[in-house]
Design a protein around this ligand. Structure first.
Ligand SMILES: Cc1cc2nc3c(=O)[nH]c(=O)nc-3n(C[C@H](O)[C@H](O)[C@H](O)COP(=O)(O)OP(=O)(O)OC[C@H]3O[C@@H](n4cnc5c(N)ncnc54)[C@H](O)[C@@H]3O)c2cc1C
Length: 475
């Protein structure tokens, strides 16, 4: 085996990918996983762990897989990661970006090894809360940030109630297309939580049914606002309200929740506006809607400015998404329904005062792209209707609200707020908010803050193979 080459991950062919709406990556066979695990160099300074927002001990599960201890690898994975079934398919694998092998060959397929650990190891473990504490905590929003915080606080022994305005849990995880994630993966993760004191209240909206302050008045001692950014940013051009214009999140949710309702239509011409991961997911999902049709992704800048990951951009290319660069949307045409998108050409202008490249319109360059569906994917903002100004949130660049004080506390004592730009970043934020809430409550009640206990109720760390260096880096 060449240590610098990755054991290949099999993928569906282009034809199969767009014919169905299902996972495109095949899992490793057990033997392939062992070979790939053995490639890990077991670095003394594990940049992979350092690069992970939840400091998952990936070096540890790599060696366990390489030694065929899949049970140990599953346990080690689940010890820090209560959404591991989701993450082993969807994580943007920041660990792999930081893997030292990247400089010498191809990084270890850490995300895929996590999946192998759960596939071949005993992964139906149950989490165990530590000694019960009396302080109740409320969490608003059941996305990955809220779920991670709920898990962390419940493991510490707190009774937690999670309020969610949708009828389902998981937040934006529900919009991740089925070619990245199986529909029951989140339920598989949550099944391990059944002994934890976490109550989910769905269909209740903060700002309408209650507020963070009213929850404090009801007796919750701390509240975490983890509501993400779920309101579509609008283009603000004529025609945006026409039938046939969708915003990306409701479109992707519909694709996942009721694909039979929109699946199987032939001959459509779909235009997606945007160039981030969400735009690519919308375009790639739309390709699966358009047997014999056409999907174009329109972006006002060039390929080098696209924010989407390489994985998404390449996926779009393989699946036949046509990229149309340097076109800025001006209006959506149609009387009863969308008929076309008017765009204007753009080009780079002189650098601005800070030396950044500017973009200017090309005069008299308007053209119409005929289409019968437009999907707008130009970002999201938080929906804070019904929230008082006194929380004085700050907003992350991708739109979710955060507390300004240490540990993300807001200006209202006991109310915290956070979120994240990927599933694992949101989980990392939830984990840190949980630690801050626990420390806040410990101080309030005269206790010393403690680290999160072992979530399986044990006191011993997992048994590692000989030669494993142990943690040499502390977050
Ligand atoms: C299409 C798409 C694909 C993505 N793909 C990936 C991927 O492959 N890998 C990856 O790592 N990341 C991906 N992401 C990003 C990732 O999903 C988000 O970064 C993450 O979900 C953010 O977590 P969060 O908990 O901060 O917010 P959210 O996931 O948005 O969760 C917030 C929750 O709060 C609820 N809520 C909102 N307002 C209220 C209110 N007033 N009252 C009560 N509840 C409320 C919402 O319904 C939601 O459930 C993707 C995102 C999208 C949109």
């Amino acid at each position: 085996m060449d240590r610098y080459e990755r054991v290949p991950i099999q993928e569906e062919s282009r034809e199969e990918r767009v014919r169905k709406f299902a996972l495109i990556d095949e899992p490793y066979s057990l033997e392939d996983a062992v070979l790939e695990g053995q490639r890990c160099l077991q670095c003394a300074m594990p940049y992979c762990i350092q690069g992970c927002p939840i400091t998952q001990d990936c070096r540890g599960y790599n060696i366990l897989v390489g030694e065929r201890d899949f049970d140990g690898a599953a346990r080690l994975t689940l010890r820090e990661n209560p959404l591991a079934t989701v993450l082993c398919k969807t994580c943007y694998h920041f660990c792999e970006d930081d893997c030292i092998m990247t400089g010498r060959g191809v990084p270890i397929a850490i995300r895929h090894l996590k999946r192998a650990a759960l596939d071949y190891g005993k992964s139906d473990l149950l989490y165990v809360p530590s000694k019960k504490k009396s302080e109740r905590i409320a969490i608003i929003g059941a996305g990955p940030a809220g779920l991670m915080a709920a898990w962390d606080l419940a493991i510490r022994g707190h009774p937690v109630t999670v309020f969610e305005h949708e009828p389902f849990l998981g937040g934006q995880i529900n919009t991740i297309p089925r070619y990245h994630l199986d529909p029951d993966d989140l339920d598989t993760d949550l099944a391990r939580w059944k002994n934890l004191d976490v109550t989910f209240v769905v269909g209740k909206r903060a700002g309408v049914d209650f507020t963070p302050k009213s929850l404090l008045e009801e007796g919750y001692e701390a509240v975490l606002v983890s509501i993400g950014a779920s309101k579509a940013r609008e283009l603000g051009i004529p025609g945006e309200q026409l039938p046939g214009v969708y915003h990306a999140l409701p479109f992707l949710l519909a694709m996942n929740k009721r694909p039979e309702g929109i699946f199987g239509r032939k001959g459509r011409k779909i235009v997606v506006i945007g160039a981030g991961d969400v735009a690519l997911d919308a375009a790639r999902s739309a390709r699966r809607l358009t047997s014999g049709g056409e999907v174009q992704l329109v972006y006002r800048r060039g390929p080098e400015d696209m924010k989407a990951t390489e994985e998404e951009k390449t996926g779009g290319q393989i699946e036949g998404v046509r990229y149309v660069f340097y076109r800025s949307p001006k209006a959506i045409l149609g009387s009863e329904h969308v008929e076309g998108l008017v765009v204007e050409r753009t080009e780079h202008g002189p650098p601005d005062a800070k030396g950044r490249r500017t973009l200017v319109s090309v005069p008299n360059s308007e053209e119409t792209i005929p289409c019968d569906m437009v999907i707008v994917a130009v970002g999201e903002v938080a929906d804070l209707s019904g929230f008082d100004k006194e929380y004085d949130f700050k907003f992350a660049s991708m739109g979710w609200p955060e507390g300004k004080k240490e540990g993300w506390m807001t200006d209202v004592e006991g109310v915290f707020a956070t979120g994240g730009r990927s599933v694992v970043h949101a989980m990392g934020a939830g984990e840190r908010a949980a630690a801050a809430i626990d420390a806040y409550l410990a101080k309030k009640h005269g206790r010393a803050p403690e680290p999160r206990p072992d979530p399986f109720g044990g006191s011993e760390p997992p048994k590692m193979p000989s030669g494993y260096g142990g943690a040499t880096w502390t977050p």
